[in-house]
Each structure stands twice: as C-alpha cells, then as structure tokens.
Design a protein around this ligand. Sequence first.
Ligand code: C2E
Ligand code: MG
Ligand code: MG
Ligand code: MG
Length: 283
Amino acid sequence: NADSAMYRAKEAGRNNLQVFDAEMAAKAHQKLLRHEELRDAVTREEFVLHYQPQMNLKTGRIFAAESLLRWQHPERGMISPGEFIPLAEETGLIVPIGDWVLNEACRQNKAWQDAGLPPIVVSVNVSARQFKERNWVARVAEVLEETGLEPRFLELELTESLIMQDVGTAVATMHELEALGVHLAIDDFGTGYSSLSALKSFPVRRLKIDRSFVQDIPRDADDMAITGAIISLAQKLQMQVIAEGVETQEQVDFLRASGCDDIQGYFISRPVGAAAFVALLAG
Ligand code: C2E
Ligand code: MG
Ligand code: MG
Ligand code: MG
C-alpha cells in the first residue's frame, strides 16, 4: 500500500544519504592522504624533470627545451603533472614544488653548458600561486645567482588566466622579471581570456599556440584559421610564436607555410629524461 511504499522510499533515501556520506568521507580521507603523500614527496624530493625539445623551423636546430614535472612515486611509478598539480595548487604545495622545479631547471641547464653542450634556453611553467608570492621575483634572481645560469637562458611560461587574474600587478611583475633578463612566454595561448589590448602591454617574447588548435590540423579549417591568425598577431606584435603539440608532417608543413617560428611536440620528441635529452641535443 501507499504507506509502506512511502516508508520504503524514505528508508531507501536514508540509505542513499548514508552511502553518500560514507563516499564523501572516503573521498575527503583519500584527499587528505594524497595531500600528506605530496607533502612528503616534497621533502623526499621524489620529483624529476623531463625535457621536451623546441625546434626552429628555419634552421632545424633545437634551441630550447620545456621542463615538465613528473612525480616518481615509490609505489605508483611515474605520475604526470595533470594528476597532482591541481592538488598542489589547492594546498599551496605548488610553491615549494615550483621552487624546486625552478632551481632544478636552472641547475641542469648550467650543467649542460658547463659540459660543453650548445647553450639552450630552458623554460619553466609557473603557477598562479607561485607568481603571486610576494618575494617571487627576488627568488628567481636568487636561483639564477646560486646556479650561475645567465638569465637569458631561462624562460618562464605564464598562462593568460594567471595574468588576467590581476592584469596590473601581473604586468608590473612581468616587467621586473624582464629587467632581470629572463624571457617570458604565454603558454596555452588562445584558450584564456587575455584581451588583445592587454596583450600588447605584456613584455613577453613569445606566444605558445595551444595544442588544442594544432591537433586537428589539417582536418579542421577553423583551427587552421585560428592558428594562422595567432601567428600573424604574434608577428605584428613582434613576438616569437611556437606551436605546441605538433605531431605530424602535415602540421609542420602548414605551420612553416604560415610563418610560425618554432615547434614543439611528439613530431620532434616526447618529453624525455635529462640523459636522453643530452643525446638529442648532441645528435
Ligand atoms: P603545458 O605547459 O602546456 O605542457 C605541454 C604538455 O603537452 C605536456 O604535458 C607535454 O607532454 C604535452 N605534449 C607535448 N607535445 C605533445 C604532443 O605532440 N601531443 C600531445 N598529445 N601532447 C603533447 P605534461 O607534461 O603532462 O604537462 C601537462 C601540464 O602540466 C603542462 O601543460 C603544465 O600546465 C603543467 N606542468 C608541467 N610541469 C609543470 C611545472 O613544473 N609547474 C607547473 N606549475 N605546471 C607544470
Ligand atoms: Mg608549458
Ligand atoms: Mg602549453
Ligand atoms: Mg597546458
């Protein structure tokens, strides 16, 4: 009857709520564990940088590399940044992690130069939390000083969303960084919301065209149009332009014909460990 149906429904609802609560608690607990694990990873230095070459389309020369963070987990193996950077940002652990990355990238680049390899620029991804730290510019200067790397061999990648959170402050910080002599790039360009009028006031050397525009070239005419437009925009603003996520010869051909300066992507190499990168650079 209706009453017992109601009773059963209420009972089921209560059970669902209990299940829901238990699931939430389990998730919260798991997150706490992951936070602790990540915090320990910082002190145990379980991180490693991989390097992905960037090639100039005119000379065919590898002139730079992007450093990409990996977590070497003692049990779970190599973990990619997409899996732990969001938690690191949420918990603020990105600050010490980012500091480690900056130092390691500069140290490694200087070591390569000291070993007699052709000098390259190494770029480092910067998170919003890190960029907003009060003494961050001083910290960059300190790392360069300590590692002995000349500032012109360091590039910092900022995203549009990072800059647009507070354009005024970001542009001021960017000018301070530029004054140090490091280079700046806008990462994932085209996916954020930077206004074109703001863009011209950014002291950046180059734009990195987001992989999402590159991946469907030459199948997607719209993506080709957008990519072409970003290239002309960069040229007109006298910025360098690099395409990310380049995987095929057709993409290379299109980018070259469109006047793109440089490319990065699996077409040249996946991100690789330092030793493998040396082989790429030397060979
Ligand atoms: P990102 O800075 O845009 O880096 C490019 C990503 O695209 C890398 O993923 C790279 O492995 C991948 N990629 C490069 N070429 C190709 C290609 O041809 N095809 C495809 N399908 N993918 C390609 P990864 O290493 O997983 O890094 C993901 C993101 O994590 C980075 O995107 C960056 O936003 C963030 N990240 C990486 N390292 C750091 C770091 O040290 N600090 C911070 N704050 N973020 C980092
Ligand atoms: Mg990047
Ligand atoms: Mg990118
Ligand atoms: Mg990205």
